[in-house]
Design a protein around this ligand. Structure first.
Ligand SMILES: [Zn+2]
Length: 403
């Protein structure tokens, strides 16, 4: 997560000062025992902020730490995310550990990508998949009956925490959570996009939540150790096949790749990271089939785009002998990535995997520019000018951002 560049009025300088002091104390701590001391106090303060229904103090404290204490900044983000997605809850006289999780799906289609309410029969089938392949035996959990697009995920800390609270309560009762579609934003129409299943898990305090937390069971009879424990990697492989089948009828005409469900923020970041190469492969497939040309006839132009800092790379696709940008994609920086990360190599490697050999890397410092008419990002052409992507008119009618 990166610093917000919008200057904000501080609501309570004292609260901001206390939050930054606790985060800095945690970052400087020299022992596990001292960590717990700072973590508990910081957690309480963050929870108090989340309950105010306002993110300003948390955001201001993040800004201060970003400028003064990078280690404290990292600890603070981690603590905010933990306070939002994890908690404890008393239900029927039992204390539960609760966790909001996300199950991301990468998808692309020349037609439209579904989002919105999940039909009951599919939701029931998904519940079975979660039970069998992912969650520890007899874990209570909830699923939201909605397929979320990135625009529909809650915006900001306290709204995410509010949704987590509803999912936690539903999980403790072993129920699904009904979402009102009218309260959710419109979904943008993209060639390639991410979808999320959201839910929560409730387990008696200290008990495991996921199958990969299971201890290795020893097989007494054979006098040896039989490894019945499944690693995250093995669970992901099963998940990809089994849950893909459960979702197939929703995603007709779409390519689909399931990622491993995990804590909300961790899964979200993983999806953001993997969506970039996924969308590049989707774009090159789309261009090849729609224009009926091999990838070797395409030229890719890669350039960095800055606000105050480097924010993203934009990658344009042109015919090899032309300057017009046919199509462009954004490769945003995710998590800790910044101008020192080797992002260009990752982009170049992915382009080559897609069969593109003609690549131009521009090192101009482009400002983040968008089309005034439609808001689409502008893309670099091979001559280093920033232009609007224009897909050829004689091409097929396709559902992409064109005007
Ligand atoms: Zn436009």
């Amino acid at each position: 997560m990166k610093k917000s560049h919008i200057p904000r009025r501080t609501k309570s300088p004292r609260a901001v000062q206390e939050l930054t002091r606790l985060a800095a104390g945690l970052a400087a701590s020299g022992s596990y025992t001292e960590d717990i001391f700072w973590e508990n106090r910081l957690g309480l303060k963050i929870n108090a902020q989340l309950r105010t229904g306002d993110d300003q103090n948390l955001e201001k404290a993040l800004e201060v730490l970003y400028d003064t204490d990078p280690a404290g900044y990292g600890e603070f983000i981690y603590a905010i995310e933990a306070a939002i997605e994890c908690g404890t809850l008393t239900h029927g006289g039992c204390i539960y550990d609760v966790l909001m999780f996300a199950a991301p799906l990468l998808t692309w289609s020349r037609f439209s990508i579904p989002s919105g309410p999940i039909p009951e029969v599919i939701l029931n089938n998904l519940r079975e998949q979660f039970k069998i392949h992912l969650l520890f035996e007899n874990v209570k959990f909830s699923l939201a009956d909605y397929l979320f697009s990135p625009d529909q995920l809650p915006r900001g800390y306290h709204l995410t925490h509010e949704l987590a609270g509803r999912l936690w309560a539903a999980a403790a009762g072993g129920q699904n959570l009904h979402m009102n579609p009218r309260q959710l934003a419109e979904t943008g129409c993209f060639l390639s996009d991410t979808r999320y299943l959201l839910g929560a898990i409730a387990v008696p305090q200290g008990k495991p939540m996921f199958r990969w937390q299971e201890a290795i069971r020893t097989n007494q009879a054979s006098n040896g150790v039989s490894g019945v424990k499944s690693s995250k990697q093995e669970i992901l492989l099963t998940w990809k096949t089994e849950c893909d089948e459960a979702l197939r009828s929703l995603f007709q005409g779409c390519a689909l790749e399931l990622l491993l469900p995990d804590g909300f923020f961790s899964a979200w970041r993983m999806a953001d990271r993997l969506a970039r190469p996924y969308s590049m492969h989707a774009t090159v497939d789309f261009l090849q089939s729609t224009l009926n040309i091999p990838a070797s006839n395409l030229h890719a132009v890669v350039a960095p785009f800055h606000d105050q800092l480097l924010e993203e790379y934009r990658v344009s696709f042109t015919f090899r002998d032309r300057n017009d940008v046919l199509y462009g994609i954004v490769w945003a920086l995710v998590g800790e990535e910044d101008e020192n990360s080797d992002t260009v190599t990752k982009i170049e490697t992915t382009l080559r995997e897609c069969g593109i050999t003609h690549i131009t890397l521009l090192d101009n410092r482009f400002p983040l520019e968008y089309c005034e008419e439609c808001g689409a990002p502008l893309f670099p052409n091979p001559e280093g000018e920033v232009v609007h992507a224009e897909f050829p008119e004689e091409g097929e009618k396709v559902l992409v951002h064109l005007h």
